[in-house]
Design a protein around this ligand. Sequence first.
Ligand code: ZN
Length: 113
Amino acid sequence: MHEMAVTMSLLDLVLKEATRAGASRVVAVNVVLGEMTGIVDHCVQTNFELMSRNTPAEGAVLSFRNVPKQARCRKCAHVFQPTGICWTCPKCQSAELEIIAGNELYVESIEVE
Ligand SMILES: [Zn+2]
């Protein structure tokens, strides 16, 4: 399960940051999550609750900032939000696209006590 591995590295990072900050408890974790990652935020939340038991991150609230996917045409530099399976530029119909947003997956900030 993809979310499991993601949550594991997320928790790992959070705990490291908390230790570095000398915190005894993690209150909140702000995660940036791109649409392209295909990760379901409430699955991560559930996994996090299970995995963080008996760690300083137990009970921390995860909030997700979802980033919609965005593509840029390599030919005419038009930026748009692709839909469906076949992605082409709505301006020049080119299929030479570059994904510029939507692959994000990182911890933006954590709040500790
Ligand atoms: Zn174009």
